[in-house]
Design a protein around this ligand. Structure first.
Ligand SMILES: [Zn+2]
Length: 269
């Protein structure tokens, strides 16, 4: 079985020297590819370097709404240059967030539009983050459509009534280990209605940990909070396979096809 983590942040400092070990564990579980999403201008080079040194690891570059205030005045040109230099890369993580403290929605929307334009212009799949701004995000996609490949709504958590609209707009939907918490039962139910050919799995590691008792592994850390291990992606596969009455191996094949269709079967240059 081969499986791909469609969205994670392996560059995050909270991995604290545990990355090699974590990737080895993932490979033992059949998880052999990772789409690592940058979050800010200052981590683009770190993410690119990780992809150069680790087989199976690809990157997406972009500005996450939590960090976009840090950006330089030349960020748009820098992002385009970075994407041109990495033809195998996607765009992300970017998006809209009205949950964060002190959000500047106008600024977020302007930055998102630039990312969407680059997606269309360079034909790259784009990964979107969204909290409490689903109708507005749909508006942005309609006004400024990304590449025809489609786009990934990572850790998708919109109301179920919006699912069909997102399917029609070309979205892919990724299920994260945090959706296995009992309080997320409604989300898990909703994922049963996502078309099979639009499903993906992600860890979002080191965030979005599953309940401790289900975890395949967790990162060692000192604080109270559980740090997610990318290997927990296999939990997402097993849960969705069980919910749909499929063998995990059968669903894994479908997820791999979905990943290739969205991000393209590109090898690293
Ligand atoms: Zn993320």
């Amino acid at each position: 079985m081969q499986l791909t983590d469609a969205h994670c942040h392996l560059q995050d400092a909270r991995f604290g020297g545990q990355l090699q070990e974590a990737l080895a564990k993932c490979r033992n579980l059949g998880l052999t590819r990772w789409m690592v999403n940058a979050t800010r201008e200052s981590d683009w080079e770190t993410v690119a370097a990780l992809a150069r040194t680790h087989p199976g690891l690809r990157c997406s570059f972009g500005l996450h709404p939590w960090w976009q205030k840090e950006r330089s005045t030349e960020w748009r040109v820098a992002l385009e240059n970075c994407l041109t230099l990495h033809p195998e890369a996607g765009i992300g993580e970017t998006g809209l967030d009205r949950w964060m403290e002190g959000f500047d929605f106008e600024d977020q929307t302007a930055v998102l539009h630039e990312h969407l334009e680059l997606s269309r212009q360079l034909d790259r799949a784009i990964t979107l983050h969204c909290l409490r701004a689903w109708p507005e995000l749909a508006g942005c996609i309609k006004r400024c459509p990304p590449s025809k490949r489609g786009f990934l709504l990572h850790s998708f958590s919109a109301p179920e009534a919006m699912l069909e609209q997102w399917v029609n707009l070309g979205a892919y939907f990724s299920f994260s280990p945090a959706f296995l918490h009992p309080k997320k039962t409604a989300l898990r139910e909703m994922f049963k209605h996502v078309p099979l050919e639009r499903l993906l799995v992600e860890s979002d590691a080191p965030d979005m940990a599953p309940p401790r008792e289900l975890a395949v592994a967790l990162l060692t850390q000192t604080g109270e909070r559980l740090l997610n291990h990318p290997g927990n992606v296999v939990l997402c596969l097993r849960a969705m396979a069980a919910d749909r009455g499929l063998a995990p191996e059968t669903l894994a094949l479908q997820l791999e096809q979905n990943y290739e269709r969205l991000f393209g079967n590109k090898t690293k240059s």
